[in-house]
Structures are given as C-alpha cells and as structure tokens.
Design a binder for this molecule. Structure first.
Ligand code: 2RA
Length: 332
C-alpha cells in the first residue's frame, strides 16, 4: 500500500514512521513529504532509503492513505487535494477536529463510526486522547457529569525547538531560539497555545470541545488548566471526574483493567504510580492514584500519563489507518 507521511521530518512525523514500521503496517511504497527545502533529503524506513518528495508529487502518486502532522494551515490546504484523488487523510492537526462533517477518532472508542464517505479523519489533540481513553468506559458505566482536569505537558508537545530550549537551559545556556516566552527549565508555564477571549488557552478549550465530540455527549461539562512542564517523556493529567451514577472503587478498577489501551499502575504502598519516564516510548495510557473525592459524592480522582508523541499522536493515527484497513475502508 502506498502511504504518504506529510510532515515526515518533524517530531510527530518521525514517530509516525517508527510506529508504521513497528506495527508492520503494509507499506509497499512510502511517500515522505516535508517542506520544499527538504525535498530530496533522504530518510530511512524499514531498512530502505527514501527521498523526501513534494506535496504535488505525493498527491500525483495517489497513495491509499496520507497521515499528516504538518500544522493546521498545511492540512486545511492540502488534505482536500489528497482526498480528491481518493486518498484517505488522517490528520493530526486541529484543522478538521471540530468540523461537523469530519470524524474525530480514538479507535478504541469510535472507529466503528467510520464509513467509506470519510476521506479526511481528524486525530484528536494528545491531551484529549489520553483523557477520553482512560474515561470512556467509566462514562459508559456511570455517565460523566463534569470533569476538572489539570495537565502537566511535555515540551515534546511543542516540538523540536522547545526540546532544544529545555536542553540549552539545562546546560546553563540562554536558549538560542526559544519556543516559549519564559524559561522552561525549573519552571512551569500555564500557557499552551494561544489565549482565547474567555481567558482559557486553545489547548484547554480543545479538551472541552473534543471530549464532548468524541464521547458524543455535549452535556459533559469540562474545565481544564493546561500547563507546560520541563519534562520529555509524556503528558500527565490530574483528573477529577463527577458521575451521574454512584460507583464502587472496585468496579472502577475492574473497568479500567478491561479498557483496551489502558494500563493500571496503582500501588502507592510500593510507590507505584504513572510517570512520564515510564510512559515514554509506550502506546499504553497509564492510569493510577485512583481515589474517591471525599469532598463530593459520585466523584473520582485519577492520574493519567501517556507518551504524547505515541498514543497522543502517531500511534493513534496509525491505529485509525489499521482500523480502516480492517473495515475494508482502505484500498491497497
Ligand atoms: C501540545 N497538545 O502539547 C499540544 C500539541 N501537541 O503542545
């Protein structure tokens, strides 16, 4: 199967190539696409060297699927061009997520809603993916009423420039090309993406809007505080979730143990709880620190950690392609 990866040289794009190879996705011809200045640059995939190609060349090759992680502007402009030649686009930017005609997919939750008409599919925001994957079966059992979430997000969510800033500051140098308006080392920034008129950042509002769309329930109330921290391995989230129905903690543990893609790490007596260093490079969403909120009935506290480049982006996108292949929605 011809597969295009648009944004192939970025942090997420590189992870997408890694995941496609690790999961033996049936790639017969890879079309790595990056900026014009990268055309001709060589990349290695499954032991074979490929040259980066232009967007036009990739479209002309009519790949079965094009997985994008190249920013919203490029997706808005180029995804329809691929779709016009019959390519299925799976886009990791925010460009299509809230478009009512496009599906926003976490395969374990709603891949079954995909149809042959879906030619552009949106990959949710990393901080949303790990939260809804941890909560969706609890929602099915106890109906979520309200979520209060604080995130602790890795600099890899911003990209290579932010990783470089952290490493330079960590080495005692001033950042040569800072990604953030303030130092990130030994600091935290309650500022991810731009501020909206309501005082929330776009990252925080993504968690509100995308959660309601993915779980198919806009009565779910969500409020978020998204924070950048000097960490590499993944995003962490402290989630307080109020349900409509009463729950037993044992039932919550059972449901989480049986939730596809979730790994329970919860034994505080042995200092066992999810941490970014343990999530790094894994596809599982780690959950732990489960405890009843003793200040309010029908409410649970849960700590959720995941590698934002993997299940938060690359792996989720490749799993969408795998699900479509299985459903006969991708033609070789
Ligand atoms: C971030 N979730 O962490 C956003 C985009 N990757 O910066």
């Amino acid at each position: 199967m011809k597969v295009a990866v648009v944004g192939a040289t970025g942090l997420v794009g590189t992870e997408m190539l890694k995941v496609l190879a690790e999961r033996n996705f049936p790639v017969t011809e890879l079309l790595p696409v990056a900026s014009e200045k990268s055309v001709g640059q060589e990349i290695e995939f499954q032991g074979q060297k490929y040259k980066v190609v232009s967007m036009d060349a990739a479209i002309a090759a009519r790949p079965a699927v094009a997985i994008f992680s190249a920013g919203g502007g490029v997706s808005k402009e180029q995804a329809p061009r691929f779709a016009e030649v019959g390519t299925v686009v799976i886009d990791n930017s925010s460009a299509w997520r809230m478009d009512p005609t496009k599906k926003l997919v976490v395969p374990e939750i709603n891949a079954k809603e995909l149809t042959p008409a879906d030619k552009i599919i949106a990959n949710p925001n990393c901080s949303t993916i790990q939260m809804v994957l941890a909560l969706h079966q609890l929602h099915a059992a106890f109906q979520i009423k309200r979520i209060v979430v604080s995130t602790y997000q890795s600099v890899t969510g911003t990209g290579k420039k932010a990783v470089d800033q952290l490493l330079e500051e960590r080495a005692g140098q001033a950042a040569s090309n800072p990604a953030y308006p303030h130092p990130i080392d030994l600091n935290v920034l309650p500022h991810i993406d731009v501020f909206e008129d309501n005082g929330y950042t776009r990252e925080e509002m993504k968690m509100v809007r995308e959660t309601q769309k993915i779980l198919g329930d806009d009565t779910i109330q969500v409020t978020a505080t998204a924070v950048r921290i000097p960490v590499m391995g993944g995003h962490s989230e402290a989630i307080n979730v109020e349900f409509e129905q009463e729950f037993e903690l044992d039932e919550v543990y059972r449901i989480l143990r049986e939730t596809d893609g979730v790994e329970l790490v919860d034994d505080v007596a042995r200092n066992q709880y999810p941490m970014p260093k343990d999530a790094h490079g894994k596809d599982a969403v780690l959950v732990g620190r489960l405890r009843r909120d003793e200040s309010q009935p029908r409410t649970l506290n849960i700590w959720v950690v995941a590698d934002n480049l993997r299940k938060g982006a690359a792996t989720n996108a490749v799993q969408i392609a795998e699900a479509m292949l299985k459903m006969g929605l991708l033609t070789a």
